[in-house]
Design a protein around this ligand. Sequence first.
Ligand code: ZN
Length: 311
Amino acid sequence: MTVSLEKLRAAFRNANTTANRGNFRRYGTDKLEVYPFWNIPVDSRAVVRFLPDKNEDNPFMFILPYDYHFLTVGDKSRLFPCLRNYDEDCPVCAVSNSYYKKGDEENGRKFWRRREYLTQAIIVKDPIEHEDEETVYEGTVCVLPLRSQIYKVINEEIESGDLESVPFDFEEGYDFFIKKTKQGKYDSYNVGSRFASKQRALSDDEIAVATSSMIELRELIPEMPDVEEMEKFVNAVIMGVPVDDEDEDENDEPVEVEDVVRPRKKKTEPVVDDEDDDEEVVNQSVDDEDDDDELDAEAILAKIRARRKKD
Ligand SMILES: [Zn+2]
């Protein structure tokens, strides 16, 4: 009985993850699998060894910051890379800023960009109990999309001057422990996650797998999204009216506020993991004053229209 219940739970978890991804490809390449470290059991730890970015011009050498927006309207969610990744003005950031300027923090947060720190690493020890025996991460190079908690740990340890060499050095680098603990209701990764205290040289096998699998981290950044499509979705979120994907071309103009029946605000689901403490706040439903929303929406839509004309 227990076994089938576990399987059922896993099926639901997978379904939720897929739904959350919407119709957007999360990363720009499938060359590496993503290691889902957020699925390690509470109080266990994974051991990984970060590898350098193949692009030697990356100033962070083994980490690439990546910003995105996760927007939800009705039962549709979309993930859009922030246009700042491509050195362009981002309409979603602009909407977020307008809300913040008006003192509407809740809507400001809803549109605010989120950040992942993209890394690649050899999975040295994987404590996840995989139901599918074919899933083997140990000994392979995977993508690890880190959030602020682990990033801060790495940052502090590098700043501290305690490391004798860069952590991703094949000979003199350090393994990294990702530990998951429960802090109150939430999973936490900043208690016990750290670099190993001793350096470790990679084995010949590890060096072979690293050199044959490593990528330029910027390959992970998806292609720049279509700006009009992005703005259309933003309009829909502001209005609270789901976009109709079937007839892409028909409804380019935003719906007038007066014609709109607002659906009840729904809680948004966390994206893939709920590592980031900031996000918990975003996910709490808060009563909002709808009258103010409409005023804001009109002003912001006007801005988006003006911007589009300018281009
Ligand atoms: Zn943005």
